[in-house]
Design a protein around this ligand. Structure first.
Ligand SMILES: Cc1cc2nc3c(=O)[nH]c(=O)nc-3n(C[C@H](O)[C@H](O)[C@H](O)COP(=O)(O)OP(=O)(O)OC[C@H]3O[C@@H](n4cnc5c(N)ncnc54)[C@H](O)[C@@H]3O)c2cc1C
Length: 413
């Protein structure tokens, strides 16, 4: 019987495994993907996520392939400046804020886990199909993802489900639950182009009510011609729309017309879209917070526990905080079932607050507010619309709820 079974080797599962290994506790990870490729587009690692990755000894590897953000800047749909703030170390944090290709982040976690836990403890091509528990342990059922063939069942002491938003394990406890879709579809892409503004700027333009763009660079000097790989995400709320498919190739004609007039003197958005290397579509979905993650010897972690709208760069951050919290608790007590309960007590309400805030008052509430005040029309000066202090207060409120207010983040011990 192996000790701790980690179901899902994504950002949360691998971070949890690395955290356990660092504390001298063994585990085995079972990941569904038959091979590890560099899939997806960009992700932002905010300072509270970086605190956890630095504690896992991964800062150098991450920095080598990422871009350190200097600032976050907000514009309206006419390209007019609304608000700017410094980010990460540039704002006095003890940790940086990084923009990174999510495939590169995943590969770094996967390789570190294989090096430190040994390849036999980080298994791919294992798709969990079910789980049971009794007085003495858990039994997890797997099939080979690539062939569909059944695999031998695995016994363990406890199981931690890190199998993402469509978690099989969560479905066992919440069989009727559906993802919540509020009519916001997104299209995500990457484009090779010259740096925008500082080349270290995270941009939010427009508002989700009638077309929003989030743009940030994720790879520097991508081709020896001074270009960066720039990640972007178009978000549009439309009444009565169908939910986008997951990770399906996106069709430009489905969303590019919304941005057709967005030619600013500092950025041409239609050109950014038209010259993309790759476009994926994705629905903006989450799930209502639940009141229980821990069921005896089984618990949920990361997106399996608290899927949230990707509007505040916080899903992975919350997942890696879960991972460190449970690793600490397991290392600190011989009673693993008690550790799973204490983990739920420590993290459930804190993450539910982020899920709810991402629905109603995400950071881009700044843009929504300005749109409301101006009726979506151009303004003369932003100071005539709303003060910089009020805008800063919106931004600071989100950071506090999500756990990355400057005074809440301590330097590494
Ligand atoms: C468009 C978008 C942008 C985002 N941007 C950010 C951002 O900037 N910053 C941030 O912090 N977060 C961001 N997030 C959220 C972040 O991606 C997730 O919160 C994070 O990936 C969750 O990690 P996880 O390990 O819980 O789940 P996942 O990353 O989904 O990993 C789950 C893993 O489990 C595996 N798996 C699934 N089913 C099974 C099974 N049955 N058996 C075995 N294995 C299984 C999967 O293959 C996968 O490897 C974004 C999300 C989206 C959709």
């Amino acid at each position: 019987m192996s000790g701790i079974i980690v179901i899902g080797g994504g950002i949360a599962g691998l971070s949890f495994a690395l955290g356990l290994q660092q504390r001298g506790v063994s585990c085995r990870v079972y990941e569904s993907a038959p091979k590890i490729g560099e899939l997806g587009v960009g992700i932002t690692l905010l300072p509270h996520a970086m605190r956890e990755f630095i504690a896992l000894g991964l800062e150098e590897r991450l920095r080598a392939v990422a871009i350190e953000n200097e600032e976050s800047v907000f514009f309206n749909r006419h390209g007019q400046f609304i608000y700017r703030e410094p980010r990460g170390r540039h704002a006095g944090y003890p940790f940086p804020e990084l923009g990174i290709h999510r495939g590169k982040l995943h590969r770094i976690l996967y390789e570190a886990a294989r090096e430190r836990l040994g390849p036999a403890n980080v298994l791919i091509d294992h798709h969990c199909t079910g789980i049971e528990q009794d007085e003495t342990g858990v039994t997890v059922f797997f099939k080979e993802t690539s062939s569909g063939a059944g695999r031998a069942q695995v016994r363990g002491d406890v199981a931690v489900a890190c199998d993402g938003i469509n978690s099989i394990v969560r479905r066992k406890f919440y069989p009727d639950e559906q993802v919540a879709f509020a009519g916001i579809n997104t299209w995500r892409g990457v484009t090779r182009r010259k740096p925008i503004l500082t080349g270290r700027s995270y941009l939010r333009i427009g508002s989700v009510e009638n077309g929003k763009m989030v743009i940030y660079p994720i790879i520097d000097a991508v081709d020896g011609e001074g270009n960066q790989l720039v990640n972007w995400m178009a978000e549009v709320r439309q009444a009565n729309v169908e939910m986008n498919d997951w990770n399906k190739p996106g069709r430009m004609e489905d969303f590019a017309p919304i941005y057709q007039g967005w030619h600013f003197d500092w950025l041409d958005v239609p050109e950014l879209i038209a010259t993309a290397d790759q476009i994926l579509e994705y629905p903006m979905v989450d799930k209502d917070p639940v009141s229980q993650w821990t069921f005896g010897r089984i618990t949920l972690m990361g997106d399996a526990a608290h899927p949230m709208y990707p509007r505040g760069s916080n899903g992975a951050a919350q997942g890696v905080i879960d991972a460190r919290t449970l690793a600490d608790l397991i290392a600190g007590t011989p009673d693993r079932r008690a550790a799973l309960v204490a983990y739920q007590d420590a993290r459930l309400e804190a993450t539910a607050r982020v899920v709810r805030t991402n629905r109603e008052f995400p950071p881009d509430f700044i843009n929504i507010k300005v749109d409301e005040l101006t009726g979506g029309k151009p303004f003369g000066s932003i100071d005539d619309v709303i003060s910089q202090e009020e805008l800063r207060a919106i931004s600071e409120s989100y950071k506090r709820i999500a756990g990355f207010a400057l005074d809440a983040l301590k330097p590494p011990a």
